[in-house]
Design a protein around this ligand. Structure first.
Ligand SMILES: Cc1cc2nc3c(=O)[nH]c(=O)nc-3n(C[C@H](O)[C@H](O)[C@H](O)COP(=O)(O)OP(=O)(O)OC[C@H]3O[C@@H](n4cnc5c(N)ncnc54)[C@H](O)[C@@H]3O)c2cc1C
Length: 803
């Protein structure tokens, strides 16, 4: 084994091998993979090897497509067979709702270039003869599905990497990792030390343990997973290979395995494996079979696929593999640990391993993942994702693997975890809460405790009328919203302005003023949208997306402030309430001596003031499009502030409103939001944020690329639509059609209660951005006419919020 390498990859499962191969492909040849046993000896060797392109996140789906298309290339380079079988796949719907879900999956597949086909139950029985069609209403066919040989794939990656110059060392355990002062690593193994510039944790089942070597608690947990292989089925003899299948109602997947059928299940009562620590002596091992546990799924399976009940079971496999709380991989650099990278929590190594390797290698070599990988960025989790939280969420996610997640559905596990001081008050007001990064925040308010629950549906739910009433109150009188669920940073010190001016695209505002600003990467793409509030010459309060707090902190570490400037995350230190609506000024003025008249405190003002006895930071800003104020207080004051606003508000018709109403109102104003309209695949000009980029202020990150985008006009444009919807509104990710072609995708949608029509925001090619008619948006498989709106649906001049 060499004593130094540019990169040491810890772990030789399918993921580590893919990272190694992709690093060589990206040009880094001095790379070393260290494996404690044989390649594949963790979770990889006993995998069923199934692969598919569909994923809830279109960006992850794209990387899955990439992985599947890679296998031929790997075979060619390495000379190692991947055991590739591509019979295609069928997804079976046993209920109308599931069939609707398949229609939506097909629609999403359209703009990813997937050729998916919806078929009837009769047709399903023809192309998939082992199914009993009476249990199904229809199915979706995907030609790009199949399975591979896990051993073959892993060795093909490793061989291809070795051909390019990589080294693979087996039977050597990494026992510790020590950072050196220059940011490089001492990799301590059973066979001596290796000095590495970078370390990649691809340790699969032991990712947690390798993380702990550097003080990191990664949110991953292994679950036991079982599949069985039947004896040969006479009906399959001499036939072309069976399609792979997913039976959602049975929570079962199948594929042909030689003359028999492999049948696996994600049972509801899933069991974690080694929840605290993974034993090091678990090598090429399996767990005792437990058919009892999966018996309910098997019963359904034998009913739905009756021929399987006629043959015996040849083999049962029970093996562990790891999941992150949301089931997507954990990939990327780790904040606070220089040159330390992770590629773990990959639950579908044969669909995702290639994409994970590609992403991580580009990130390491180019400094940027090269795509929108937010859905699998390790930075989407923070310290709140503890071991016990992860355990609860992973078990929930496992049990729901084949269940529908409705667009308005909130999941119950690990709740409540984080609550603000006004939680009980909001609960008493019949709030229906959502979970955001473990924080309970009100979605809408029901008239009584008995009605405080939401029916999950693709259509408008029982919340619709209540959200309408909340929007009406904000439009006609005044509403009160809890706004604690934002990220916040406090930037202090003499060179605060200088640093902010370099990392943000807009000019830092004057003292007492607010400026909205995109944050760009070097490629001029959006990596954040911030509200900069200048409290004092040397103090700026930043408001941003809370879910991205770790992501931003990692970015700030990469572009550190000069000495004397402190950038302090303070999301839960400052909690907030907002009042919005035409009566909001009168209400607030009654509680403060600070003059709130527009002349004294105009739109985009920000000031420290007392509200009653409560010291607060108040901004005059509006995400609803109405006159409004955001009030930030340290948490011990929030209850007093809430009580004060509530009692003073009675005279003004104050009504509580929640996130659902806010979302509908921001869409009426065509205001975008991070992770929906603003993502690292769009430039500021494309996203309609060009006016917040100040090219006149001097150099800032992404300036040259943003200027180029401005001059060329960019390829895409964020536009707003009115949709001729029936009883279902866009939820995001629906295809946008124009004159019979899919030309774009929806990023957000809602019913606009103030303008009384269904609305959607989405991206289309810039060349089409002046067309008004001829658009359609596909809602639950139905193409509904849509008209591009030339301006925000509500108050295009913005006079209401500036009143
Ligand atoms: C029963 C079952 C069926 C499955 N079916 C499918 C399927 O159909 N399709 C699919 O895509 N996925 C399937 N999976 C999941 C798939 O197995 C995983 O996605 C994949 O194995 C993850 O690979 P990995 O490289 O991250 O982890 P692992 O395979 O666990 O690899 C990690 C490697 O790191 C090594 N290592 C750890 N710590 C150290 C150390 N300190 N020093 C040196 N080496 C170390 C380990 O020995 C191990 O070889 C299945 C899993 C199971 C259990």
């Amino acid at each position: 084994m060499k004593s130094s390498a540019r990169v040491v990859v810890v772990g030789g499962g399918v993921v580590g091998a893919s990272v190694l191969y992709h690093l060589t492909k990206a040009g880094w040849k001095d790379v070393l993979l260290i494996e404690r046993g044989e390649l594949t000896c963790g979770s990889t060797w006993h995998a069923a090897g199934g692969m598919h392109t569909l994923n809830g996140d279109p960006n992850v789906a794209r990387l899955q497509q990439y992985t599947i298309n890679l296998y031929r290339e790997l075979e060619r380079i390495s000379g190692q067979s991947c055991g590739l079988h591509m019979p295609g796949g069928i997804m079976l719907a046993g209920t109308r709702e599931r069939f609707d879900w398949l229609k939506m999956a097909k629609a999403r597949g359209r703009y990813l270039g997937m050729e998916l086909e919806l078929i009837s139950a009769d047709e399903a029985a023809k192309v998939f003869p082992i199914v009993d069609k009476k249990y199904f209403v229809g199915a979706l066919l995907d030609p790009i599905e199949g399975h591979v040989d896990p051993y073959g794939v892993t060795h093909a990656y490793a061989k291809a990497a070795q051909i390019a110059g990589a080294e693979v060392v087996r039977h050597t355990r990494v026992v510790d990792l020590k950072p050196r002062a220059d940011g490089s690593w001492e990799v301590i193994t059973e066979a001596g030390n290796v000095h590495a510039e970078h370390v990649v944790n691809a340790a699969g089942l032991w990712a947690r343990e390798v993380g702990r070597m550097v003080g990191l608690e990664l949110p991953v947990l292994a679950m036991q997973h079982q599949y069985l292989i039947t004896e040969d089925l006479p009906a399959l003899k001499g036939q072309k290979e069976l399609l792979t299948s997913i039976d959602f109602e049975g929570e079962i997947y199948t594929r042909q395995e030689r003359g028999g059928v492999l049948l696996g299940t994600y049972e509801r009562a899933g069991v974690p494996w080694s929840p605290v620590e993974t034993p090091w002596d678990f090598t090429q091992s399996l767990l005792p079979e437990d058919l009892e546990r999966i018996a309910p799924s098997l019963e359904v399976g034998f009913r739905h696929f009756p021929t399987l009940a006629d043959v015996g079971i040849r083999k049962v496999v029970n093996g562990p593999f790891t999941f992150a709380p949301d089931g997507n991989p954990l990939v990327g650099p780790i904040r606070g640990l220089k040159n330390f990278w992770v590629a773990c929590g990959v639950m579908a190594g044969f669909s995702q391993g290639g994409g994970v390797g590609l992403t991580l290698s580009q990130w390491m070599v180019e400094g940027d993942p090269g795509a929108d990988v937010w859905a699998m960025d390790v930075a989407r989790y923070g310290d709140w994702a503890t071991l016990a939280y992860t355990n609860a969420k992973v078990r929930e996610n496992y049990s729901r693997r084949f269940r529908i997640r409705f667009p308005n559905e909130e999941l119950p596990a690990a709740r409540p975890l984080r609550t603000t001081p006004v939680y009980e008050r909001l609960q008493a007001a019949h709030a229906v809460f959502g979970d955001y990064c473990g924080l309970e925040h009100p979605l809408w308010f029901a008239p009584s405790a008995a009605e405080a629950h939401e029916d999950i549906t693709f259509h408008r739910s029982n919340a619709h009328a209540h959200v309408a009433a909340e929007c009406r109150a904000v439009h006609e009188s005044v509403g009160l919203l809890e706004i604690s669920n934002y990220g916040k940073f406090e930037v202090t010190g003499p060179a605060s302005e200088e640093w902010l001016s370099r990392v943000m695209a807009n000019r830092v505002p004057q003292v007492g003023r607010i400026a909205l600003t995109p944050m760009l990467n070097e490629r001029g793409k959006l990596i954040g949208d911030f509200t900069m509030c200048r409290v004092a010459e040397q103090r700026v309060f930043l408001i941003c997306t809370w879910a991205a707090e770790s992501y931003y902190r990692r970015w700030f570490e990469r572009h550190p402030p000069p000495g004397g400037v402190t950038v302090r995350p303070c999301a839960m230190e400052y909690v907030g309430l907002s009042v919005a609506g035409p009566h909001s000024r009168t209400l607030l003025q009654a509680l403060t001596r600070t003059d709130l008249a527009s002349a004294a405190f105009p739109f985009l003002s920000f000031r420290r003031m007392d509200i009653g006895m409560v010291p607060a930071l108040v901004g005059r800003i509006s995400f609803t499009g109405e006159l409004g104020y955001e009030i930030w207080v340290t948490s011990e004051y929030q209850r007093a502030l809430y009580d004060l606003l509530s009692s003073a508000g009675r005279a003004h018709g104050l009504k509580l409103f929640g996130g659902r109403a806010l979302n509908a109102m921001r869409i009426e104003k065509s205001f975008g939001t991070w992770a929906r309209e603003y993502r690292p695949i769009y430039g500021p000009h494309e996203a309609g944020l060009g006016r917040f980029v100040d090219f006149g202020k001097g150099e800032f990150i992404g300036r040259a690329a943003a200027l180029e985008e401005k001059e060329s006009g960019g390829a895409l444009r964020l536009v707003a639509f009115s949709v001729d919807a029936a009883d279902a509104d866009s939820a995001g990710d629906e295809p946008i059609w124009h004159e019979g072609q899919v030309v774009g995708w929806v990023t957000s949608g809602a019913y606009g209660h103030r303008v009384q029509r269904s609305l959607a925001l989405g991206y289309i090619p810039a060349a089409l951005a002046t067309a008004t008619d001829g658009f359609e948006i596909e809602l639950i498989g139905e193409r509904r006419a849509a008209r591009r709106e030339g301006a925000p649906s509500l108050d295009p001049a913005g006079s209401r919020m500036r009143a």
